[in-house]
Ligand binder design. Structure first.
Ligand SMILES: Cc1cc2nc3c(=O)[nH]c(=O)nc-3n(C[C@H](O)[C@H](O)[C@H](O)COP(=O)(O)OP(=O)(O)OC[C@H]3O[C@@H](n4cnc5c(N)ncnc54)[C@H](O)[C@@H]3O)c2cc1C
Length: 453
């Protein structure tokens, strides 16, 4: 390893995703000096714009913002950026048991018995979620019971129809990017409460998929980094954090930063890939051993025009068949071309992730063709990003806990370890896993570092 140059700051920040940048921005606003060390040669972490030519960009990472995500909406405004509505006109498609049905609104036209089953499951899940304290999910009245089982086991006892279970599985994969058998019921309920309930999480018009950021969501991170200037250091993966009685030394491949405190703004599993001296307490390390990232491959196909709109279709699909289970029209307004977005999530992403690109592309385009007809088979461009393969992310959309995670280890999620403070969207209480949560988590960790002596 080359000799590291020495830097000094009041507070060091690890990670230039939204959370680390929000922490740095807050610290600078309070007159503190910061150094943000980022492993990649770019800022934004799980936000990444992909140019598709002609000045248009699509996002291969996080992209949507929605109502009640007040912090991210305010920051977009403060940075002089703007949003536009997700394309949401025309019929949606729902595929189950080999049948594709058109529908309007949020709920597909299914057998009334299945619809009633889904409604009772949603009512119960939302009611249980409201009893989970966002700051301390492990203190929910039924925490022990809920953290002992998976969402799958709850579903198999409480959702009576095969259609209802297929729908719940779809929702779990679409929102958490994991199979229901991987997920603690308590984590499901916490995350659901954190985002304001299932309708908010899954809806386009009234929920988390309502708006997109003009010029791409990575612009939020880029604009924040522009304001921070040379205080953001790229291509500088942090390997080691040492603590002593008066400060910390944060060592990356290129720098050694001395500071009074450090904010670590990474997904929990990545925080465990840094060496700590003294070592972290067992409870913190074991929490991060459990806090896995979901699995998503985000795919897009670019066509000369959004031809599905001529057929009165919105481009939005939910399919119990898959492997692409969720689609959107991701065309860029004013660009003229049509972009179909398809998510491979959870087990589908894991399985297809093992295939050569050409085979995966073929399977994705087969899904688009089934939904939108033969014109979907031959896009001008095919784009995909597999986030599990990314060394500095290792999965998305966010992290999740399996049974026993919250009740056994959850109290370590935000608890500072001496001079080390934890940020990242996985530490958020509101909109955990989303850009909004990343921002508030960074600001909360900055406040902790400011208040600490
Ligand atoms: C495909 C996809 C779709 C998504 N969709 C949405 C959406 O529509 N809406 C929404 O709100 N959210 C969405 N999300 C989630 C959203 O992107 C994240 O919640 C948010 O960007 C997380 O920000 P963060 O700063 O907490 O973490 P990250 O963005 O992961 O930032 C962590 C940073 O730390 C860096 N790093 C890692 N290890 C080290 C190290 N050792 N040293 C130095 N630096 C390191 C990384 O390179 C990265 O820049 C999506 C995510 C993905 C991937």
């Amino acid at each position: 390893m080359a000799q590291q140059s020495e830097l000094e700051a009041d507070i060091a920040v690890v990670g230039a995703g939204l959370s680390g940048l929000a922490a740095a921005r807050r610290l600078v606003a309070y007159g503190r000096s910061v150094v943000v060390l980022e492993a990649r040669d770019r800022v934004g972490g799980r936000l990444l714009n992909e140019p598709i030519g002609g000045g248009a960009v699509v996002e291969v990472g996080g992209q949507w913002v929605g109502p009640t995500q007040d912090r991210v909406l305010a920051v977009i405004d403060e940075l002089g950026l703007s949003t536009y509505a997700t394309y949401d006109e025309g019929d949606k498609l729902f595929e189950m048991n080999g049948r594709i049905r058109r529908y309007r609104g949020e709920v597909p036209r299914l057998n009334p018995v299945v619809l009633a089953d889904i409604a009772q499951a949603q009512f119960r899940l939302d009611r249980m979620s409201r009893t989970v304290p966002l700051e301390r999910p492990w203190e929910a009245r039924n925490a022990e019971q809920w953290d002992r089982e998976t969402f799958a086991s709850w579903m198999h006892r409480n959702v009576r129809t095969a259609g209802g279970r297929a729908f719940c599985t779809l929702v779990c994969e679409a929102v958490w990017a994991v199979h229901p058998a991987d997920l603690s019921l308590l984590h499901f309920l916490f995350y659901n409460a954190s985002g304001g309930g299932l309708d908010r999480l899954i809806s386009t018009d009234a929920g988390a998929q309502k708006w997109r950021v003009t010029d791409g969501s990575q612009r939020i991170a880029e604009r924040m980094a522009e304001d921070l200037g040379e205080q953001v250091v790229l291509s500088s993966p942090v390997r080691r954090i040492e603590q002593h009685s008066t400060g910390v030394a944060v060592t990356s491949d290129r720098h050694r930063v001395r500071a009074a405190h450090v904010v670590v703004a990474l997904p929990p599993t990545l925080t465990n890939r840094i060496a700590y001296d003294p070592p972290l307490p067992g409870i913190r390390d074991q929490l991060c051993q459990r806090y896995a990232q979901g699995t998503v491959i985000k795919t897009m196909a670019v066509y000369p025009e959004p031809f599905w709109r001529e057929d009165g279709l919105s481009g939005q699909v939910t399919s119990a068949t898959g492997p692409v289970k969720v689609c959107f029209d991701n065309s860029v307004p004013g660009d003229g071309r049509g972009v179909l977005l398809g998510f491979l999530e959870g087990n589908q992403a894991r399985t297809l992730g093992q295939l050569p690109l050409a085979e995966r592309r073929e399977q994705v385009l087969d899904c688009f063709t089934r939904m939108f007809g033969p014109r979907a088979a031959k896009p001008k461009t095919y784009i995909e990003r597999s986030w599990a393969e990314e060394e500095w992310t290792r999965g998305c959309y966010g992290g999740f806990l399996p049974p026993g995670g919250w009740t056994g280890h959850g109290r370590a999620i935000r608890e500072p370890v001496g001079r080390v403070h934890w940020a990242g969207t996985e530490t958020a209480t509101v909109w955990n896993g989303y850009m909004d949560g990343a921002l508030t988590a960074g600001e909360r960790a900055a406040d902790e570092a400011l208040a600490a002596r």
